[in-house]
Design a protein around this ligand. Structure first.
Ligand code: ATP
Ligand code: MG
Length: 296
């Protein structure tokens, strides 16, 4: 079925008309329902459901091997679910190529960094801005615009995205010559340059020092004014300080879901983390004094 034509409010329309028109617009809401995935004989996800509301940061946590990256990969179309449905902007989301994902307003950063080593920082970010960019080095190069004005516009957007993340001075460097935290900022700039409405982040804080993590927390919180964010993360203090809601996975199943306060009080969550190097309550206390103060 094709997209329905949306009524456009005119100068003479009433507030009620406008409200009706706005509520009829497809919502930038990611809804995953009953997702199951098996790799060979291994069940990675079993009947997992999760909703990322527009303007909210949704945390996805759980011990190593819980299935977080698998669910993330289902959301961005890298992994096909064996069963379940994914809805984005009120329409089913099927397995997509990276360029299709960007055109739908979805951007992601992967676990690790994933920058092209043979392209400069600026070129890496320019590729993120190009909604027709495909994965792969050669096609990525081909995707760069050929007309001078396109190139200038794209360069401007990419430079602005780098500046937003305080990484503009690295524009002409190659990723391999930069410290890991800077590479992570560049990867984030590449995701943000396409002005997504949904941002998927897989362990953005890994390898960051405390102050960098604090900055990242502030950034994620500020981004949520413009987009929904799905945040896969092991750092509990970051999760508890920036997330509106949290889903906890263990062995491929949802064991808890709720606000950060509810999650911290849930004995099933503490039990799942037994033996892991994470202290949910300690980190929660830290957030009161630390990054939590930045929350709106
Ligand atoms: N491509 C794959 N082939 C086979 N098994 C896989 C594959 N990807 C993941 N798995 C398995 O699925 C389960 C979930 O893995 P996943 O990477 O989603 O966990 P995770 O929660 O992201 O873990 P981590 O915190 O270590 O990143 C694990 O048992 C893992 O070994
Ligand atoms: Mg993972």
């Amino acid at each position: 079925m094709g997209p329905l034509a949306q009524p456009t409010p005119t100068a003479g329309s009433t507030a009620l008309d406008r409200t009706t028109a706005e509520s009829a617009r497809p919502s930038s809401r990611l809804e995953m329902t009953g997702i199951s995935v098996a790799f060979g004989g291994v069940t990675a996800l079993s009947d997992v459901s999760l909703v990322v509301e527009p303007g909210q940061v949704h945390g996805l946590i759980g011990p190593n091997g819980a299935g977080k990256t698998t669910l993330f990969n289902v959301a961005c179309g890298i992994v096909r679910a064996d069963s379940g449905t994914i809805t984005w902007r009120d329409r089913p989301l099927r397995r997509l190529r990276p360029d299709q994902l960007a055109r739908l307003g979805i951007a992601r950063t992967l676990q690790g960094v994933g920058l092209f080593a043979g392209l400069t920082v600026l070129e890496n970010v320019m590729i993120g801005a190009h909604r027709h960019a495909r994965a792969g080095f050669a096609s990525a190069l081909l995707a760069l615009p050929r007309s001078d004005s396109d190139e200038r516009a794209l360069r401007g957007r990419a430079t602005a995205a780098l500046a937003d993340l305080d990484a503009e001075r690295y524009a002409d460097r190659y990723p391999g010559s930069l410290p890991y935290p800077v590479q992570k900022r560049v990867a984030l700039a590449r995701a943000l340059v396409s002005s997504p409405e949904l941002l998927l982040l897989d362990e953005p804080a890994s390898g960051l020092a405390e102050d960098e993590m604090h900055e990242l927390g502030k950034l994620i919180r500020s981004l949520s004014a413009r987009m929904g964010v799905l945040l896969v993360e092991h750092h509990m203090d970051l999760v508890m300080s920036v997330c509106d809601r949290v889903t906890v996975l263990d062995s491929g199943a949802v064991i808890a879901s709720g606000t950060t306060t509810e999650i911290q009080a849930d004995p099933a969550v503490t039990a799942a983390y037994l033996g892991e190097d994470v202290d949910v309550e300690h980190d929660a206390a830290e957030l009161q004094a630390g990054t939590g103060a930045d929350r709106a």
